[in-house]
Design a protein around this ligand. Structure first.
Ligand code: G6P
Length: 608
């Protein structure tokens, strides 16, 4: 999704802005641009495509200066083109503005401005906003921004500079995240901390309805109603290393390999073996409050929705509480039924997904206690929820989520144990689960050691155009996740299905050209899954099985087997998904795809 970086200080802005844009690349975009104030004139350069194209367009251009803004755009209004790319300018080239989000009433505002003779060159809502700021400008850029935003309906994270104010950067937020970074003799604004982490880890998170006026040595925050507000400076505790590839070919591969340590981080300090219980202080709920919960709704999008499905199995089985899993985008537009005993869990890696945030806000509006399971510290869902659990997976840069997914599942397993222990789960059952959870990091290491074999399988099948993924019970969502990984990064059509449901439709597709990946672990439905495998084989299908270590009989019945260590049935998706992540990764690499930045996708979807 779109990214913003802005800088004001003593140093040259352009290299800082370009480095920031490169850090934001992972979020997905189709064009980019930069504006730097150079000797009283705004120097603006934009290009379609990757940052490399922008770098090429910048060659030979003199845009020195120590205040500027830059943007990566993911088209919403108007195709990706140089004209539609940000920054946008007013007609006199005095004001430059970059924007994330959607101005919903831009047509009305455009008509309003057109009546004053203002002309438009692009198809974007952002140009309208830029010209609206100029329309209201008299002598204060901040006032002009504030008055303009008062007329706006929709969402925005914006950064604005003006040739009339060579030391002032104005930023504002409603619905699209913005962070201010405080440096020495320089300050920053960005949509994502990663864009400025090499310069500072001291940050301020803007809230909806706030406007920041930022100068090299100071900042001032007001609300859209022009009321000054105070804000605590926070320290981001991750480092540059965490957002670099460190020798791996891709971020996705690095992140897959980080999972032994991210799983350790997810449970660190949160499990008590002796008492067989998880301690999740961030939930902000006392034991008696946890006991009163009679229904759980989990809402999320994409990969996080798959972890929610796994959470449903865990919570229902351990705590015997009914759980509903809802696509956030659907949930927010229904009339969901809430009651006093409902708990809502919103799961989001980024903590910024527009639909998930809106779904959580809807629940909170109805007085429902809403907890976030979020990876990005300080993100909007984390801040607006009543409590929650950070997954602590560290920055995830690959667009296709991997380590964040397994950490979410880990957190859900701890919530399920906690809710279970408040009810029927005994100390011994809790101890058994926790003991097995602690073995998962080593078991993941063992799976990663089979990567060569997975790579061979990828080699054999990477030319295929369709894949079917099957799983049953708690591994059905793992099959969905495996299929999603493949389609996201390799553009192969892949579907996930409950294994037994295959005979109600997908079986019609099976032939030697449709590889079928089956999660067939030694669990109560093993025999049933084996008969599903027979059905595939009888139709000349090729089967790649994910099987339990020690299951020798399966090898004769399928074309390929990838073994995963044994654990508690409820924890198996954390292991079964690992080979699926690696398989998708290798297939995508072999097909020459851009693994970390798949086409059309964005890491964090902050628009509807
Ligand atoms: C986008 C990403 C997915 C992600 C989904 C939800 O579609 O490409 O990888 O699963 O958003 O994101 P969230 O940050 O809310 O988990």
């Amino acid at each position: 999704m779109c990214g913003i970086i802005g800088h004001v200080g003593q140093r040259e802005s352009l290299p800082i802005l370009m480095a920031g844009l490169r850090r934001l690349e992972y979020r997905g975009y189709d064009s980019a641009g930069v504006a730097v104030l150079n000797a009283g004139q705004l120097g603006v350069v934009k290009a379609v495509g990757k940052i490399k194209s922008l770098e090429r367009s910048l060659q030979g251009q003199e845009i020195a200066g120590s205040i500027g803004i830059a943007h990566t755009r993911w088209a919403t209004h108007g195709e990706p083109s140089v004209t539609n790319a940000h920054p946008h300018l007013d007609s006199d080239n005095e004001i430059a503005l970059v924007h994330n989000g959607v101005i919903e009433n831009y047509r009305t505002l455009k008509e309003f401005l057109s009546r004053s003779g203002i002309k438009f060159v692009s198809d974007t809502d952002t140009e309208v906003l830029t010209k609206l700021v100029k329309y209201h400008y008299t002598d204060s850029l901040t006032d002009a921004v504030r008055i303009a935003l008062g007329q706006v309906e929709g969402t925005y994270g914006i950064a604005v500079v003006s040739s009339k104010h060579p030391e002032t950067l104005v930023a504002a937020r409603k619905g699209s995240p913005l962070v201010i970074g405080l440096g020495d003799d320089e300050n920053f604004v960005a949509s994502d901390v990663s864009a400025m982490i090499e310069h500072t880890n001291r940050v301020l998170y803007l809230e909806d309805g706030e406007i920041a006026e930022i100068t090299p040595n100071d900042y001032r925050i007001i609300t859209i109603e022009n009321i000054p507000t105070d804000k605590a400076v926070e320290e981001v505790n991750w480092t540059l290393d965490e957002i670099e590839k460190q020798g791996y070919d891709h971020f996705m591969l690095k992140e897959i390999y980080e999972q032994p340590s991210t799983i350790r981080a997810a449970i660190r300090g949160r499990i008590n073996l002796e008492e067989g219980i998880a301690r999740l202080n961030g939930l902000n709920l006392q034991y008696d409050e946890l006991r009163r919960i009679k229904r759980v709704i989990i809402t999320a999008c994409g990969t996080s929705w798959h972890s929610a499905l796994i959470g449903e199995y865990m919570i229902e089985e351990l705590a015997r509480i009914p759980v509903e899993v809802e696509y956030a985008s659907e949930f927010r537009y229904r009339s969901p039924v809430f009651d006093d005993h409902t708990l809502l869990l919103a799961i989001s890696q980024s903590g910024e997904t527009a639909d998930t945030l809106a779904a959580m806000r809807e629940a909170r509006k109805h007085g429902v206690t809403s907890l976030g399971i979020v990876n990005v510290v300080g993100s909007t869902i984390a801040r607006e929820s009543d409590g929650g659990v950070y997954t602590h997976a560290g920055p995830e840069i690959g667009v296709a989520s991997t380590k964040a997914f397994t950490s979410q599942v880990m957190v859900l397993s701890m919530i399920a144990i906690l809710l279970g222990r408040m009810r029927n789960v005994s100390v011994q059952q809790g101890q058994e689960l926790i003991g097995l959870m602690r073995q998962l990091p080593d078991q993941i290491e063992a799976i990663l050691k089979t990567d060569d074999k997975i790579q061979e399988i990828a080699k054999a099948y990477h030319h295929h155009d369709n894949f079917l993924y099957l799983g049953r019970g708690i591994n059905f969502p793992a099959a969905l996740e495996g299929a999603l990984k493949l389609k996201e990064i390799s553009y192969i059509h892949a579907e996930g299905y409950p294994a037994a449901e295959m005979k109600h439709g997908p079986i019609a597709l099976i032939d030697e050209k449709m590889p079928v990946v089956v999660i067939a672990l030694k669990d109560p439905v093993y025999d049933k899954v084996m008969s599903n495998i027979e059905q595939v084989k009888a139709r000349n299908g090729n089967v790649i099985a994910i099987a339990s270590e020690g299951d020798t009989e399966i090898a004769d019945k399928v074309n390929h087997v990838i073994y995963v260590p044994r654990t508690h049935r409820l924890l198996t998706p954390i292991l079964s998904v690992l080979p699926l992540q690696l398989l998708a990764y290798h297939i995508a690499v072999m097909r020459g795809c851009n693994v970390d930045q798949p086409r059309n996708l964005a890491k964090s979807v902050t628009v509807e």
